[in-house]
Design a binder for this molecule. Structure first.
Ligand code: CTP
Ligand code: MG
Length: 225
């Protein structure tokens, strides 16, 4: 059985939410961060869960954080990638699968997590993804359409993203040497030539980004109850 570490980057400033640290916001009676942690802490194979928090939140860790010995808190960095790297540094060498999950995706379900971890335990780097429903237009600087990619080949990337530990560690070590910027870890591994596969995510596994996403998330939770 694999020994799994989970990294939850929660160090952002929520600019598109009007400047709120999104993971600390309440969503239908429970914080977004706590909703992100629970389905991972429910798994016996998860031995470490590292949360990267903004410096201010780390000074006074919220009382509602699960009192679970597997949880570690670290300070986030200026970019998501830096927050992931700082969380990665807190993972012991014994971990053989590392999962990264946005602390802004509180609706993630056990089945999606399970698909990601099972694939990584079998040696694959994977991300949860869903087919795009809108047609995507590539434009130039003047706003003119230059290409309409075949939608059947497009997937919207979500998290969780799961990796054999060495693959993720190598990618971050290489990224630390240069200017390499990717918006997520699957993108980073892929940028350095690693093979990354998609597994089925869920349309309900939305990222809370703008205020309207909170309304959507409340509706999805109400439907689950
Ligand atoms: N994140 C992080 N450290 C950063 C930036 C982002 O840990 N320096 C985390 C966020 O807290 C979030 C996840 O990465 O859980 C996805 O990022 P995003 O949705 O972009 O959140 P924010 O960066 O906080 O929001 P915005 O981009 O609107 O400022
Ligand atoms: Mg951001």
């Amino acid at each position: 059985v694999s020994r799994v570490a989970v990294l939850l980057p929660a160090g952002g400033s929520g600019t598109r939410m009007g400047g709120a640290c999104k993971p600390l916001l309440d969503l239908a009676g429970e914080t977004i961060l706590s909703r992100c942690m629970r389905p991972f802490l429910d798994r016996a194979d998860v031995e470490w869960l590292v949360v990267a928090l903004p410096a201010a939140a780390l000074e006074e860790p919220p009382a509602w954080l699960p009192a679970d010995p597997r949880v570690r808190l670290v300070k986030g960095g200026p970019e998501r990638m830096a927050s992931v790297r700082l969380a990665l540094e807190a993972v012991p060498d014994e971990a053989d699968v590392i999962v990264v999950h946005d602390a802004a995706r509180p609706l993630v379900t056990a089945d999606v997590i399970d698909r990601c971890i099972a694939a990584a335990a079998a040696g694959r780097s994977v991300l949860a993804a869903v087919p795009v429903t809108d047609t995507i237009q590539e434009i130039d600087d003047g706003g003119a359409v230059v290409a309409t990619p075949d939608r059947s080949r497009l997937r919207a990337a979500q998290t969780p993203q799961a990796f054999p530990a060495g693959v993720l560690r190598d990618a971050h070590a290489r990224a630390a040497l240069g200017e390499e910027i990717a918006t997520d870890d699957a993108g980073l591994v892929s940028r350095f030539g690693g093979r990354v596969h998609v597994v089925d995510g869920s349309p309900a596994n939305i990222k809370i980004t703008t205020p309207v996403d909170l309304l959507l998330a409340e509706a999805i939770l109400a439907d689950r109850r």
